[in-house]
Design a protein around this ligand. Structure first.
Ligand code: NAP
Ligand code: ZN
Length: 350
């Protein structure tokens, strides 16, 4: 076994703290990665606090991982020692079902999460990227484009692909008016990506203090979503709206903002269900309410390459590992500009 260390949640309510553990020995198709940076996703917080149900503890969050290849198994061909690589939300799947064959491993019935998963073969819990090392099957390792800032690249592995995949699936592009709800980690990447795809982008935010930032990030317009009159003025104007909000809220104003045949896609996963949307809002304009889960491996590589070509990375606040508990408190107050990224070199006992 390979010794590793991490910051872990020992119970739902206490601060995360240092933990020594082990990664598996390399299998022929495994890549051993020394982790340099790990983004802090709201999913980490939901999971660590038990908001999505019980997790194995100590629980190690983190699925926006960037590091350097330390060693490779005997059959690995795509990576060599020293390469800059990434790992996102999934570390395994069956690789033989229709979903996997279509490059949609995240919809495989047997996909294994980077955390909250069970390791294939051993049945042991998977542990995420708030840690010194990770061992991952080659298929689930991503190549970071040459010259990309490694800390700013980390959030692309979840926030980037979770927004890129629905924008691509619903064919967002020039001539379309696209809304992004919530300017947090996912939302700010959604704005950058939708803009790079050529759409007119409108941010819906609850935070008046984020208006200027939203414009700097690429938004053409900003609407304060708590302002009922401002929301009513947007009725029937949007082709597509991506909703990244992490708490339960009324979806009707966003459904009503869609044109005929428009789609509201949810990616936020609040612990409490949203109130049911009004049926009239859906049927009178043949609108759709949809959801989307991260993205497959090939599409994640496509997104990284797209970001490389367009010079896109996340706007980050780099924090030491010991700062993670304060970062969670700030995330709950929507006070993130716009993704915390842990400098894993600061990981130390105590
Ligand atoms: P985040 O950085 O905390 O951003 C969420 C944003 O939602 C906040 O910045 C805030 O933006 C807005 N918000 C917060 N409270 C609100 C309220 N009461 N009413 C309306 N808006 C509110 O979170 P994130 O990391 O982007 O994650 C967002 C959600 O996506 C989480 O639930 C996460 O678990 C989920 N997620 C899903 C997938 C997937 O595959 N579907 C993948 C990753 C994450 P404003 O200040 O602009 O209002
Ligand atoms: Zn995430």
């Amino acid at each position: 076994m390979i010794p590793a260390s991490a910051y872990a949640a020992f119970d739902p309510n206490s601060p995360l703290k240092y933990w020594d553990f082990e990664r598996r020995d390399l299998r022929p198709d495994d890549v051993e990665i020394d982790i340099l940076f790990c983004g802090v996703c709201h999913s980490d917080l939901h999971a660590a606090k038990g908001e999505w149900g019980d997790v194995n503890r100590p629980f190690v969050p983190g699925h926006e991982i960037v590091g350097k290849v330390k060693a490779v198994g005997s059959s690995v061909t795509k990576y060599k020692v020293g390469d800059s690589v990434g790992v996102g939300c999934l570390v395994d799947s069956c690789l033989s079902c229709h979903e996997c064959e279509d490059g949609l491993e995240q919809y495989c019935n047997h996909w294994v999460g980077t955390y909250m998963g069970m390791e294939t073969g051993t049945g042991k819990p998977t542990y995420g990227g708030y840690s010194s090392k990770i061992v991952v099957k080659e298929h689930f390792v991503l190549k970071i484009p040459e010259g990309m800032d490694l800390a700013g690249a980390a959030p692309l592995l979840c926030a980037g692909i979770t927004t890129y995949s629905p924008l691509r699936h619903w064919k967002v592009g020039p001539g379309q008016r696209v809304g992004v709800v919530g300017l947090g980690g996912l939302g700010h990447m959604g704005v950058k990506l939708a803009k790079a795809m050529g759409a007119t982008v409108v941010v819906f935010t609850t935070s008046a203090s984020k208006v200027e930032d939203a414009k700097r990030l690429g938004a053409d317009e900003v609407v304060i979503s708590k302002d009922e009159a401002a929301m009513a003025a947007e009725a029937g104007k949007f082709d597509f709206i991506l909703n990244t909000v992490a708490v339960s809220h009324n979806l009707d104003p966003f459904l009503n903002a869609l044109k005929r045949d428009g789609t509201l896609t949810l990616v936020g996963v609040p612990s409490e269900a949203h109130p049911s949307p009004g049926v009239q809002g859906l049927i009178f304009k043949r609108r759709s309410l949809a959801g989307s889960l991260i993205g497959g491996i090939a599409e994640t590589q496509e997104m990284l390459d797209f970001c490389g070509q367009h010079g896109l990375t996340a706007d980050i606040e780099l924090i030491p590992m010991q700062g993670i508990n304060t970062a969670y408190e700030r995330m709950l107050k929507s006070d993130v500009k716009y993704r915390f990224v842990i400098d894993v070199s600061t990981l130390a006992k105590g």
